[in-house]
Design a protein around this ligand. Sequence first.
Ligand code: UT7
Length: 335
Amino acid sequence: MKSSITQGVKILATGSAVPDLCISNELISNMVDTSDEWIFNRTGIKERRISSSPTSLIDMATAASMNALNKTHINAIDLDLIILATSTPNDLFGSASQLQAKIGASKAIAFDITAACSGFVIAMVTATQFIQNGSYSNVLVVGADVLSKWTNWSDRRTCILFGDGAGAAILQSCSVLENNILGFHLNTNGQKFDQLNIQCEYSNHDKNFFSKGLKGSFKYITMHGKEVYKFAVSKVPQSIQACLGSLNLSSENIDWLLLHQANERILYAVASRLMIPSEKVISNLAKYGNTSAASIPLALNEALEDNKIQNGDLIVMSGFGAGLTWGTLIIKWYR
Ligand code: UT7
């Protein structure tokens, strides 16, 4: 999609936060019929962080946002826009406004984006549009999820996978010449929404609506793991190639492949299809598992703090998951 670009977008800083409680594979093996060996061999996960507080989504999003803001010269009051990518809000009307209040960004408009594990990429692309067309200058993008609250802890096919976390990025308008965000490519296939979802259900369906009311609630996460795995390994490389092609780049130009941290086998299968050496794959699955919208900014922030990513590096980020949605964002990194 073409847009009128008047401004560039600079990523000023990133931040992240995870809960303290660490749940190892061994601990999960005491709850369901699984083993550390199975989980690690099939997914690359060793442990994950789980939040226990009811306000954990906002607490983690706040901590990640302040972590990022504290690395910049701007204050929360300077923010024009906050986009919170989450599929696990603590309020169905949205959680971004609570984040806005908590960090004291009283001048910022704030809203949620619900796009599961593609949420951070889609939120970054959305923020980029507002900056590039000159509407806003300082934008906070957060990916945060507490999937532990929607996990069936007696279902071994899913409970081994997920963890909680938050990651943030501060974007600022800059001259087109200094632009960090080179391009994007987004897709959705709603025909397959039921391959991975948290379905809404209603009590008193069709009966006595006015006398008893119709109470909504949600089921646990359900996933057709094999199908989602095949989708990711086939569609993500296509998305990356399309995005690279639109910029006249090829996979040889990639310095870092930063995929949604769903399964280590997916990361290396996608890298192999694109002929990207494994040293260029960023992975922190072992420590956090799949943190949904948080996984990409969490891994990005860690890679930056570890000084892996250098000035001028080309980073390809791809998110994929429920919806089904998938998308790629290509960044040229400058401090
Ligand atoms: O974040 C959104 C995107 N999500 C993803 O990308 C997830 C994509 N899918 C996956 O990562 C993988 O499909 C899983 C990790 C979820 C599962 O790995 P798999 O290699 O596809 O295993 P499977 O579902 O085919 O199951 C293989 C066997 C089955 O036993 P049988 O039928 O062969 O006897 C399962 O019952 O492994 C069994 N199994 C387990 N065994 C021990 C399934 N889960 C477990 C478990 N521990 N936790």
